[in-house]
Ligand binder design. Structure first.
Ligand code: GDP
Ligand code: MG
Length: 326
């Protein structure tokens, strides 16, 4: 299923129940007093954040998300029950914008798991005739209807809060690494342009994002770079993957850094760690030369092969150490 990172939902808060006109019926006394109850309030709509990054896909077939209406008042002074509230459930990192209705233009950002914000109010319940009873009005015949609930179109944009982004040239091994480090199932291919959507994985509570190559998008003229940069805007660190297959590791590094700077000056300022991938195919000489080259530039450098379990477990420890220190 395609990853949904933007969707517009039609959302409806509940209407209030109506107030009613009712009379007490005491023995031998017809209509002895007003006893119509108030209507219940309509349910409110909340936005609620969950950790499931792919949650927006559940809304693709739902046309309207609605809270329950309040119940009408009853006899014997019984008030109607309030309508049940409802939640628009969105992944952490979602930005909600109300695009129509009375609250048009309001925005809400959900950054914490379990965070819940009221975005639309249900209508108040109407008043029953008992409410209008007074010394001058002992037999009120009036009641009021419930108010309608607020309705709006709500645009949800997901901005992933990845702790770390994996970047690099196509084929650098980014998706393979994400899969090896986390329970993600990113597509892996020996050809370019495999990854056209950001893949996410979780490593001991840290979110890692496999960012489709900036080069991949740019060279295809798809402008994917920009779309995905939105997701890594909050990333604290960049793991720059460079395959040891490259003839010139330094050049490969430069190409990606240049592309990155063209898209986002902000990303250039993030902490960078070079990850030399596919260690299994490199000679010790190539490996140590490459490592030295980057370390001489002052860039911390790690080495890994997804084909060697011991390499992966050592690498995991290094990555967690780095993430904890952020
Ligand atoms: N020998 C070897 N091949 C790897 C390693 N990691 C990835 N590959 C291969 O390199 C190719 C590109 O990998 P992929 O993860 O799709 O790269 P991405 O384009 O950066 O996401 C695939 O054929 C992988 O099987 C590794 O550690 N060793
Ligand atoms: Mg990939």
């Amino acid at each position: 299923m395609a990853f949904v990172d933007e969707i517009t939902l039609r959302v409806q808060a509940g209407a209030g129940g109506d107030g009613v006109v009712r009379w007490l019926h005491e023995k031998g006394k017809e209509f002895s007093g007003p006893a119509g109850g108030n209507g219940g309030n309509g349910g409110d709509v909340y936005a609620a954040a969950v950790r499931d990054m792919s949650h927006l896909s559940v809304y693709r077939s739902n046309s309207v998300i609605a809270a329950e209406n309040g119940k009408d008042g009853g006899n014997k002074s019984k008030h109607g029950a309030n309508g049940v509230d409802t939640d628009v459930v969105v992944p952490i990192g979602s930005l909600l914008t109300i695009v129509s209705g009375a609250r048009k233009g309001r925005t809400y950002e959900l950054l914490k798991e379990g965070e819940r914000i009221k975005i639309l109010f249900g209508g108040r319940g109407g008043l029953g005739n008992e409410y209008f009873k007074g010394s001058r009005n002992t037999r009120p015949k009036q009641c009021t209807p419930g108010k309608i609930g607020e309705a709006a179109e709500v645009k949800v944009e997901l901005r992933l809060i990845a702790d770390a982004g994996l970047i690099g040239m196509p084929n650098a091994g980014k998706s393979s690494l994400l899969n090896a480090l986390t329970a993600a199932h990113a597509k892996v291919g020996a050809y370019k342009f495999t990854t056209l959507e950001p893949n996410l994985g979780e490593l001991y509570g840290y979110i890692l994002a496999d960012i489709p190559g900036l080069i991949e998008g740019a060279s295809e003229g798809k402008g994917l770079g920009h779309k995905f940069l939105r997701h890594i805007a909050r990333t604290k660190i960049i793991f720059h993957c460079i395959s040891l297959e490259n003839e010139d590791m330094h050049h490969a590094h430069e190409i990606v850094r240049t592309e990155l700077s063209a898209h986002s000056a902000e990303l250039m300022t993030k902490q960078e760690i070079v990850v030399l991938t596919k260690k299994d195919i490199a000679t010790p000489q190539v490996l140590s030369k490459a490592k030295k080259e980057f370390e001489n530039m002052g860039i911390p450098t790690l080495v890994v092969s997804v084909l060697e379990p011991s390499s992966i477990s050592a690498f995991k420890k290094e990555v967690v150490k780095v993430l904890k220190a952020l």
